[in-house]
Design a protein around this ligand. Structure first.
Ligand SMILES: *Cc1c(COP(=O)(O)O)cnc(C)c1O
Length: 426
């Protein structure tokens, strides 16, 4: 007997999927297979409803929305912090839902990095998203330190992944603080947050994690791991919309630190409207708020997080995500290897995040051809197509169909119609 076709197997897996009902909560782009949820998660009916509610409250309540909306705009971010805390293994008062990833990173550096301490090196890596490197560099300059001398980037041996041993070896006694991505945005490698954090602490180093590519897809337990700080966005796997308000985590052992970047929204709630020029910081991570919350970028997060609560948190989502990516990788191996495709992300579940990184020398043109064929992936130079089957709204059939369409592209050489990337850059 022949083994069942990928499409039939995928259909079986979809029938057995306990999270299948959540797909109907989302607005799927008509006629397309959306695999870019690691860059911009899709709109859900819940997120739409909470955003429209905020608009409605603004329309009907005006200024009174701060106190009379449900929940009042004044405390909306606090409720969301409590919900996010459950997703990352933190206490609610260790989370602030505010600003963007990059701004939050600046705030955390301004709060935790001491330029006068004898140890002055900030340890980072060579593969992190550019904005994190910009924040580290400009922060050091602002503190009178030269990034060329004080920012140390752990190199990658293969251009795609990092070795925890290399990171730990770079933790010399001149390092004060380390910042690393939990999941690398190109290859999807998941670092061992617990092990690297323990190694940092054993060497007296304060360590933080950018979790933009992991929150909502990979379970975290910041409390168990003893992480010092973290930041992340909510428009990727959390599905709160383009430019939605991000969040930060500050371990309670640092609560005595004064906020590096102070503003009136970080003042104790009962003193905020006293408007004294003396800054009386709120207790906990709340002190790291700066200005008025961006209400309309915060409101969709409310609906978006309801779905995570109903799904039972990140654990079931992670289980499905691993099954989806494993199905995807198997199909790439069996159906596409002969056309020069390979899997560039680590395959072990404990080392992989939420997306598959497919490598091919002609990745740019293949990504264009995939879009023309109704599949939305994204391309990262030089040769990676990222395919993120998200647990809340993608199916095993999406993975099988994507591989089938990619195979068809190779067989008909459809990608060769598209201009090479070089031509677009000149
Ligand atoms: C998505 C992402 C960002 C984005 O930062 P913004 O300030 O939200 O634009 C930053 N760092 C990493 C690692 C990311 O994945």
């Amino acid at each position: 007997m022949r083994p069942p076709s990928p499409a039939l197997r995928a259909a079986d897996l979809d029938r057995a999927d306990p999270l299948a009902r959540f797909r109907a909560e989302f607005f799927l782009p008509p006629g397309q297979i959306y695999l870019d949820g690691n860059s911009l998660g899709l709109l859900s009916r819940r997120a739409e409803a909470s955003l429209l509610r905020a608009l409605d409250e603004w329309r009907t309540l005006g200024i009174n929305g701060w106190s009379d909306a449900t929940p009042p705009w004044l405390t909306l971010a606090d409720g969301l912090a409590a919900q996010l805390a459950a997703l990352v293994g933190a206490a609610p008062d260790e989370i602030a839902v505010t600003s963007s990833t990059t701004t939050n990173l600046h705030q955390l550096l301004a709060t935790l990095f001491d330029p006068a301490a004898p140890r002055k090196i900030i340890l980072a890596d060579s593969l992190n998203f550019a904005s994190d490197a910009h924040a580290l560099g400009s922060h050091l300059r602002q503190r009178g330190l030269d990034p060329a001398a004080h920012r140390r980037e752990v190199p990658s041996r293969d251009g795609r992944t990092l070795r925890e041993d290399d990171i730990i070896a770079a933790m010399t006694p001149d390092v004060q603080l380390a910042l690393l991505p939990a999941v690398l945005y190109v290859s999807g490698q998941l670092l061992d947050v617990g092990r690297v954090t323990r190694a940092a602490h054993a060497r007296g180093i304060v360590i933080g994690w950018d979790c933009s590519h992991s929150v909502g897809a990979v379970p975290h337990d910041f409390g168990r791991d003893g992480v010092d700080f973290a930041c992340w966005c909510s428009y990727k796997y959390l599905n709160a919309g383009p430019g939605a308000t991000g969040a930060l985590y500050l371990n309670r052992r640092h609560f005595a630190r004064a906020p590096g970047l102070a503003g009136w929204w970080g003042v104790r709630k009962d003193r905020r409207f006293a408007l004294a020029h003396e800054h009386e910081p709120a207790a906990g991570a709340e002190a790291l708020h700066i200005g008025t919350p961006h209400l309309l970028s915060l409101a969709p997060l409310q609906g978006a997080l309801e779905i995570f609560a109903e799904a039972g948190g990140v654990a079931p989502l992670r289980a499905k995500s691993l099954a989806l990516t494993s199905c995807f990788m198997e199909l790439i191996d069996t159906e596409l290897a002969e056309f020069g495709c390979s899997v560039a992300n680590p395959r072990e579940p404990e080392r992989s995040g939420g997306h598959v990184a497919l490598a091919h020398p002609d990745a740019w043109r293949l990504a264009q051809a995939l879009k023309a064929a109704g599949v939305i992936p994204d391309f990262r130079p030089p040769d990676i197509i990222r395919l993120a089957p998200t647990a809340l709204y993608n199916t095993f059939a999406d993975c099988a169909e994507t591989v089938a369409r990619l195979k068809q592209i190779f067989l008909t050489r459809a990608h060769e119609k598209f201009p090479a990337r070089r031509a677009l850059v000149t």
